[in-house]
Design a protein around this ligand. Structure first.
Ligand code: GLY
Ligand code: MN
Ligand code: MN
Length: 431
């Protein structure tokens, strides 16, 4: 494992802490039922700064004239390692991950008061994890109890996310390459699902193809619960049951992406179950595809985050008018928000360690401006629920097309490559 990116990020953060101390715990293991736990996923902030994937760990960064990174982690324990697997232990973690000091997690509560005493600022993501909030408050109180011995508790408790979210918004080379790998594997998985699609399969059969392709290529996991939505299920935005039959002459919408080295990909493709678009399906599809192209064309340094959304929305509303789903003008329907009946979500979100990644969207009142290294999705859609006033040939068509995009110095790079033109999808689905 290349630990240099993690060390660089710790050093960059240490520079911003002043004489303060930052505390970054990892995620707690979560019980699913009885003796079973959910698959463990580290905390994204902790991972960003450590590359350390064991539970029961906390990183402490001590700023000031003698900056230090300290890890508290589980001890080695032969009995537990026989049951659950390898643990680095403090010594191993120090050697492998480049921390200045490491200690047993059992020592954390005792050491915390001395680490934060007489520091101006404690940096912590208050509200992120209630158990850690309580633990850190206890450490503060332990310092306050020593006031007469000349100890002072930090006067300021600052939100560490302010600093870390700004760092995470701009991806470094290591992150960009992990995101490209995740995008490559996920693109292949969407092709595999297209090629496996048959009338009469269940949605979960396509989900299985995605999972197979993710894991056989070494992806860690799905980055989020996959959506495999046949026919009208595509009009349910967060449909995740994935247990219905796929019917002839319908579309299937798949929103699925894998995670690699902690980094998410997030792709949606919509294609005909039988491999051939009908005229109505194609008409709607081409509108969404054109909206996506219009949005991607707006992604370049200096443009506002909202510019792709505005471009996509204009194209979608124009399309809704052509399909006679709406009447009036593009501007009028945008003003009245009548389009929200058919397009009720926004077009983009930041992408990175979290599928909806850290990072502000506004800077004061103004939308954040794109800069090289930012990564986002572009995911316009049209969802036409059946209703009395909806023409039969359009009813129950739900389409979204989603790709992952990196802002570059000269414009943008689309990470994801799964086919998306009508011709390319039909070609790849040919038996
Ligand atoms: N897959 C989650 C999203 O598209 O935002
Ligand atoms: Mn998305
Ligand atoms: Mn998605």
């Amino acid at each position: 494992m290349n630990i240099n990116p993690y060390i660089s990020r710790r050093n960059a953060l240490l520079q911003k802490l002043g004489d303060g101390v930052a505390i970054i715990p990892t995620a707690t293991e979560k019980q699913r039922n009885s003796d079973a736990h959910y698959a463990y996923r580290f905390d994204s902030y902790f991972w960003y700064l450590s590359g350390f994937n064991e539970p029961e760990a906390v990183l402490v960064l001590v700023g000031g004239t003698d900056p230090k990174s300290i890890l508290f982690c589980r001890d080695k324990d032969m009995e537990r390692e026989i049951w659950d697997g390898f643990r680095y232990g403090p010594e191993g973690a120090k050697q492998e991950f480049g921390f200045d000091e490491t200690y047993s997690i059992a020592e954390f509560d005792k050491k915390l008061p001395e680490l934060i005493a007489n520091r101006t600022t404690l940096w912590h993501s208050l509200g992120h994890d209630a158990v850690w909030d309580t633990r850190i408050a206890a450490g503060l109180n332990a310092v306050r109890a020593q006031t007469r011995a000349g100890k002072r508790a930090p006067a300021h408790i600052n939100d560490l996310r302010q600093l870390l979210d700004a760092m995470r918004l701009l991806k470094d080379a290591h992150e960009i390459s992990a995101m490209q790998r995740a995008a490559d594997i996920s693109s292949g998985a969407h092709v595999r699902a297209m090629q496996a699609s048959r009338v009469g399969l269940h949605e979960y059969a396509l989900e299985a193809e995605l999972s197979y392709e993710f894991r056989r290529n070494g992806a860690d996991a799905h980055a989020y619960t996959p959506i495999v939505a046949g026919g009208s299920n595509a009009c349910v935005l967060h449909y995740v049951s994935n247990n219905q039959l796929l019917h002839d002459n319908t579309l299937v919408l798949i929103d699925a992406g894998c995670e690699v080295a902690g980094y998410a990909s997030d792709i949606t493709r919509t294609f005909p179950v039988n491999g051939k678009f009908s005229t109505a399906q194609r008409d709607v599809y081409e509108i969404v595809l054109a909206a996506q192209a219009a949005a991607i064309a707006m992604i370049k340094p200096g443009n506002a985050f909202v510019a792709p959304h505005e471009a996509a929305l204009k194209t979608l509303v124009q399309g809704m008018l052509e399909l006679k789903l709406l009447q009036g003008s593009v501007e009028g329907n945008i003003e009245s928000e009548a389009y929200k009946r058919f397009y009720m979500h926004r077009t983009s979100h930041w992408l990175g360690l979290d599928v909806h990644d850290a990072g502000e969207y506004k800077d004061g009142e103004a939308w954040v401006k794109f800069a090289p290294g930012m990564a986002l999705t572009v995911e316009p859609g049209l969802y036409i629920r059946a209703a009395d006033d909806i023409p039969k040939h359009l009813a129950n068509i739900g389409i979204r097309i989603e790709d992952d995009v990196l802002v570059t110095a000269s414009g943008c790079h689309v990470y994801t490559t799964a086919p998306k033109s009508v011709a390319d999808i039909e070609a790849v689905m040919q038996p």
